[in-house]
Ligand binder design. Structure first.
Ligand SMILES: Cc1ncc(COP(=O)(O)O)c(C=O)c1O
Length: 445
C-alpha cells in the first residue's frame, strides 16, 4: 500500500516527498513523524473542489485535533480552509500561526469560562454550544466583553455510525451535544434565541470517526434538515448554517475501502438539497470539518527496530523504539495499521511478525504484519499516522515526544522539534523539604 507521494526508490527504500526515509531516520532520529506536504495540500484542495463544485455556499474546516502544529495551521490557511478547535491550546496555536480568528470555530463538550472568554475576546467566527448551561455562560461572557457572538447548537441526531464505540458521537447516548429526540436540542436553540448577545446561526453534528459506510452520513444529513424544518415551524427561526462535522474514514490497511471525497460530497450535498426541497427550506451554508480524511494518510511514523524475539510456534515480536506514547490508537480503539520495512521495501513479505512498542505494557502496534525478514537496525515505516498520533502523544515511561518533519520535493524540514530529556524535567519541581532528606547525604549526593 503506497499512499500520496510514497514510492520505492532505486535503493529499494521507501521514499516520501522525494526523501529517502532511511536517510530521514538517520538525519533526524527515530521515532519520527513524517508529513507528506504535497499529499496533505492535494487532499485539502480535493475536499474544497468536491464540495464547492456541487454546492453554492460551503466552508471546509480542518479539524485541528487530528494534527495540530503551527506549520500545519499555516498550510490549512494557505489552502483556504477554516479551522475547528476544541480547547484553548488549539485556539492559541491557530491564532499564533496567524489564522484569522473569524475563520476559527470553537467546539468542546466542557468549555471552561476561561476558554469561552479567550475565544470571545479573540473574536472567533463561531462557538458551537454543546449544552444548556453553556448558553448562559456564553451570554454572560459576551455581555462582559460588550460583543455579540455567532453560535451553532451541537445536536446529537441519534445516528449510530459503524465504527468503534469510543468514536461514535452522534448517538442519543453520547456526552456530545443535545438530543433531537426528547426536545433537548430544541430547548437549547430556544434559549439561544432568547439570549440578547448570542446570534443563532445554525446547527452542528458530528456522528463519529473513521466511518467507511456512507449510509449514516445520509441519515444524519436528513435528520438535521428535518430538525431545521422543525425549528422553522415551531420556533420561527432560520438555520442559516448546517455543520455536518467530519468522520470520513481512510485507508489504514489493505482492504479498507473508504468512500472517495467526491462520493462523500455527492451524497452529503445531494441529501441536503433533496431534503431542503422537500421541506421548502432555502439551502443553508454547508460546513464540513474533516480531520482524519485530510491528514491521516499524509502521515508516516519511522521507527528503528530493536529486539527481535521469536517465540517458537507462537509469533515473532519485533520491538520498535516508540509505541503507545507516540501512537495510542491500537490500545484505545483496536486500531489497525500497515507498515513497510523502509530499507527493504522491495523484498517479498514472506513472514509474519507482531510489531510492539518499548513501553511497560503489551503495546502491540501491529499484530500479524506481513513483512520481509526483519533484523535489528531496520527502519519500520508505519503508514497512515497523520491523524490522532502526534496529537495524542504522551510521555509515558518518560519517552520524549518524537520530532515532526515535513517533506516535499526532496526537502525535509523540522516543524516540531524532538523533545529532549531535559524537556521532560522542565516543569518538574522538587520542594525544599525533599532536597536533602537522607541523613548524611547532601542534595547533590
Ligand atoms: C466536532 C468534531 N468535528 C470534526 C471532527 C473530525 O473528525 P474526523 O477526524 O473523523 O474527520 C471531530 C473528531 O472527533 C469532532 O469531534
Amino acid at each position: 500500500m503506497l499512499l500520496g507521494t510514497q514510492r520505492i526508490n532505486g535503493n529499494g527504500a521507501l521514499e516520501i516527498g522525494g526523501c529517502d526515509t532511511v536517510d530521514l531516520a538517520r538525519e533526524f532520529g527515530t521515532p519520527l513523524y513524517v508529513l507528506d506536504e504535497d499529499y496533505f495540500r492535494e487532499t485539502c484542495r480535493k475536499y474544497r473542489a468536491a464540495f464547492e463544485s456541487r454546492y453554492p455556499k460551503v466552508e471546509v474546516s480542518f479539524s485541528g485535533k487530528a494534527f495540530m502544529t503551527a506549520a500545519v495551521c499555516r498550510i490549512v490557511d494557505e489552502e483556504g480552509l477554516a479551522l475547528d478547535v476544541s480547547s484553548e491550546g488549539e485556539l492559541h496555536t491557530g491564532l499564533r500561526a496567524g489564522l484569522p480568528a473569524s475563520r476559527i470555530l470553537l467546539h468542546g463538550s466542557n468549555k471552561s469560562p476561561e476558554e469561552l472568554a479567550t475565544a470571545v475576546e479573540a473574536g472567533v467566527g463561531r462557538v458551537a454550544i454543546d449544552n444548556l448551561p453553556e448558553v448562559e455562560r456564553l451570554q454572560q461572557v459576551a455581555v462582559e466583553k460588550g460583543v455579540s457572538v455567532d453560535v451553532l447548537v451541537r445536536v446529537a441526531p441519534g445516528v449510530q455510525a459503524d465504527t468503534h464505540t469510543h468514536i461514535q458521537t452522534g448517538k442519543v447516548a453520547t456526552k456530545f451535544g443535545l438530543a433531537i429526540v426528547g426536545g433537548a436540542a430544541k430547548e437549547c436553540v430556544g434559549e439561544v434565541l432568547n439570549a440578547a448577545n448570542l446570534n443563532f446561526r445554525g446547527i452542528h453534528c458530528h456522528i463519529g470517526s473513521q466511518i467507511l459506510d456512507v449510509a449514516p452520513f445520509r441519515e444524519a444529513a436528513d435528520m438535521m434538515v428535518d430538525f431545521a424544518a422543525e425549528l422553522r415551524d415551531e420556533l420561527g427561526c432560520v438555520v442559516e448554517e448546517l455543520d455536518l462535522g467530519g468522520g470520513l474514514g481512510v485507508h489504514y490497511v489493505p482492504g479498507d475501502e473508504p468512500p472517495s471525497v467526491d462520493e462523500y460530497a455527492e451524497l452529503v450535498t445531494g441529501s441536503v438539497r433533496a431534503r431542503c426541497e422537500k421541506h421548502g427550506l432555502p439551502l443553508p451554508r454547508l460546513l464540513q470539518e474533516p480531520g482524519r480524511s485530510l491528514v491521516g494518510e499524509a502521515g508516516t511514523t519511522l521507527y528503528t527496530v530493536g529486539v527481535v524475539k521469536e517465540i517458537p510456534g507462537v509469533c515473532t515480536y519485533v520491538s520498535v523504539d516508540g509505541g503507545m506514547s507516540d501512537n495510542p490508537r491500537p490500545a484505545l480503539y483496536d486500531a489497525r495499521y500497515d507498515a513497510v520495512v523502509a530499507n527493504k521495501a522491495r523484498e517479498p513479505r514472506s513472514t509474519k511478525v507482531t510489531v510492539s512498542g518499548k513501553h511497560c505494557e503489551t503495546d502491540t502496534l501491529i499484530a500479524d504484519l506481513d513483512a520481509p525478514e526483519i533484523a535489528p537496525g531496520d527502519i519500520l515505516a508505519v503508514q497512515t499516522t497523520g491523524a490522532y498520533n502526534y496529537s495524542m502523544a504522551s510521555n509515558y515511561n518518560r519517552l520524549p515526544r518524537p520530532a515532526v518533519v515535513i517533506v516535499s520535493r526532496s526537502r525535509a524540514e523540522v516543524i516540531v522539534e524532538r523533545e529532549t530529556l531535559d524537556d521532560l524535567l522542565r516543569l518538574d519541581r522538587i520542594p525544599d523539604r525533599l532536597q536533602s532528606n537522607r541523613p548524611g547525604r547532601d542534595a547533590a549526593g
